[in-house]
Design a protein around this ligand. Structure first.
Ligand code: CO
Length: 163
């Protein structure tokens, strides 16, 4: 386990489509463990592999509400529903926060670290975090979706988890 350094904008790693994962090996497990340590050390609630320098389709989400960490390999959004506007941040954009409109509900198909296919449903901020991370795997950054920037002062009353 190790804390890796986070790739920040601008960096071409953040804007390219990540490669599909085919090898569900020890190296993948180590990457997931390192990503978790890195996310926790950075006070984040989600992290995508390109943010630690690996352009592959791996992302994690953990809202810190006592549930198991969500590990998504090769995730695909199969259903969405509703819409909600909330403030988001991103570990690759220190000090930038903004309102982003995203589906309230999402159903995702992904593989776990052993390669087993599973389905996941999420709502509200968990759905938002999952969709933010899946965007990273397609080189899509939340700044391209911000409808209103939010400054630090205003943020004190808002959620400020970073993804
Ligand atoms: Co992010």
């Amino acid at each position: 386990m190790a804390i890796r350094s986070i790739v920040t904008h601008p960096n071409e790693l953040l804007t390219q489509k990540c490669k599909e994962v085919h090898a569900f090996d020890e190296k993948l497990g180590k990457l997931l463990d390192d990503m978790y340590d890195t996310m926790i050390a950075s006070d984040g609630i989600g992290l995508a592999a390109p943010q630690v320098g690996e352009a592959i389709q791996v992302a994690i989400v953990d809202l810190g509400e006592g549930q198991e960490v969500i590990e998504m390999i090769n995730p695909e959004v199969v259903e969405i529903g509703g819409l909600e506007v909330e403030v988001e941040g991103c570990l690759s954009f220190p000090d930038i926060y903004g309102e982003v409109e995203r589906p309230f509900y999402v159903k995702v198909e992904a593989q776990d670290r052993d390669g087993s296919l599973y389905e996941l449903e999420a709502e509200d901020y968990e759905a938002r975090a999952i969709l933010h991370e899946i965007d990273h795997l397609h080189g899509i950054l939340f700044t391209s979706k911000i409808i209103r920037y939010v400054d630090m002062e205003e943020l004190e009353n808002e959620q400020e988890d970073e993804l």
